[in-house]
Design a protein around this ligand. Structure first.
Ligand code: GTR
Length: 421
């Protein structure tokens, strides 16, 4: 063979090899890296990170009622099964909102039509809740894009991180946790509130936050802090409904981790939310408890006893006896848009359990659109899988809410919230 032919044959083979390597990497279903599993398992036996140690389990069927009736239509779902499941999650997991009467007042405390170099209008809105001669203020910040004249879809972040660094409405401090400029540039309004305004993230036996206004004594079904934050998200939506710049039927609620659990519960309890983005929520949110992978119910109840209602403690180490699992919480979102996301290093939140929960919620979606399907195998890393209203991705890296996640969320919103435009 002539040397130049030999050379080019070598080059072609090499290129093919590289291409096939790249191809196989990007098309391979995600799985936890061995290194991460070993690292997290080192020196502890309490939490499992090995896929092969996940116990066999049977999930309660999303579409079979407690009495054993199989649901076959959306009418039956809405009349029988959905209310039943909502009641289960209310009494057994997140708790019931008391029916104490309260008053709401919206005060626009600042309006700046030249925010973000003239590209957005900023509104700072105090949402004042009063009851029993006490009051509490939720500080809502909202940017709307100036270049769009008709009402726009919006993202509302439940912010569970220090507000000064993460949701700075002056925009002096910018954070990927709430990339307001990027969201505006894509034609959405972007809003945020700090969860601590509604209820401080600590065990206090109903002495502070919204509990101090609306509750007296905690009983086994009383709402926990996650439900209080979800309630706060609904009060923000109450305001957004009054703002002419917002398409209130196209509001996405988004949250990370404990905020992601909150976003899910807000979506389940308040059907006005058109889209739910639950970022790395894991245990008590998006992952299947029966897999017993990463964080467990026992551990979450011990570490954060105030998050859930007291009844949830009954399921510590009794996952298989739960009359529900988290795929059914997701089913409560149907037929609205639901995006579940995970991160490759965040095995504590069980990326696979999150995907499977979404996958097993699909029968409820199929009552509305029988073509809503996802493959049973997980998608590759950094490759969102989307179908109809539902979507999922596993992003590379640590437990966090990043611009990459937001861009994936907005790609889905472009289809499900902006459709028909
Ligand atoms: C962890 C907790 C998780 C998750 C996380 C967060 O410590 O175990 O369930 O909620 O906090 O909110 O960042």
């Amino acid at each position: 063979m002539k040397p130049f032919l030999k050379k080019s044959l070598f080059a072609i083979t090499f290129q093919l090899l590289v291409a096939s390597l790249l191809f196989s990497q990007t098309n391979e279903s995600w799985q936890a890296s061995k290194e991460t599993v070993e690292r997290l398992s080192k020196n502890q036996t309490e939490f499992n990170y090995y896929e092969e140690k996940v116990p066999a389990y049977t999930l309660p069927d999303a579409l079979t009622t407690i009495k054993g009736q199989k649901i076959t239509s959306k009418k039956e779902w809405e009349k029988l099964r959905r209310p039943e499941l909502l009641e289960l999650f209310t009494t057994q997991v997140y708790g019931r909102v008391p029916n104490t009467p309260y008053k709401t007042e919206f005060k626009i405390i600042k309006e700046d039509p030249n925010a973000m170099n003239g590209t957005a209008t900023l509104k700072l809105v105090d949402i004042i809740i009063s009851a029993n001669a006490k009051s509490l203020t939720i500080h809502l910040g909202l940017f709307t894009p100036n270049k769009i004249k008709q009402p726009v879809p919006a993202f509302l972040l439940v912010c569970n991180r220090p507000p000064a660094e993460n949701i700075d409405f002056t925009r002096e401090k910018k954070s990927e946790f709430w990339p307001a400029e990027e969201v505006i540039a894509r034609g959405y309004a972007v809003a945020a509130f700090y969860n601590g305004d509604v209820d401080p993230d600590k065990h206090d036996d109903f002495q502070d936050g919204i509990h101090a206004l609306l509750d007296t004594k905690r009983n086994a079904e009383s709402w926990g802090t996650l439900a209080a934050w979800a309630w706060g998200a609904s009060r923000c939506l109450d305001y957004l409904e009054t703002d002419k710049a917002i398409a209130a039927d196209k509001v996405a609620v988004i949250g990370h981790s404990r905020g992601g659990k909150t976003a899910l519960w807000a979506g389940a309890t308040d059907e006005r939310f058109a889209m739910i983005c639950s970022n790395e929520a894991g245990c008590g949110g998006t992952s299947l408890a029966r897999r017993k992978y990463g964080e467990s119910i026992d551990r979450i109840n011990k570490a954060f006893p105030h998050w859930f209602c007291t009844n949830y403690k009954n399921y510590s180490n009794r996952e298989n006896e739960m009359p529900f699992d988290m795929h059914q919480l997701m089913a409560l979102i149907a037929p609205r848009a639901l995006y579940v996301a995970a991160a490759s290093d965040d095995l504590w939140a069980d990326p696979k359990g999150q995907y499977l929960a979404l996958y097993h919620s699909l029968p409820a979606y199929q009552l509305y659109d029988k073509n809503t399907r996802l493959p049973e195998a997980m998608p590759p890393l950094n490759t969102p899988v989307r179908n109809g209203q539902v979507a999922y991705h596993v992003r590379d890296g640590a437990h966090n809410l990043t611009l990459k996640d937001w861009n994936f969320y907005m790609d889905h919103a472009d289809v499900v919230l902006k459709k028909g435009k």
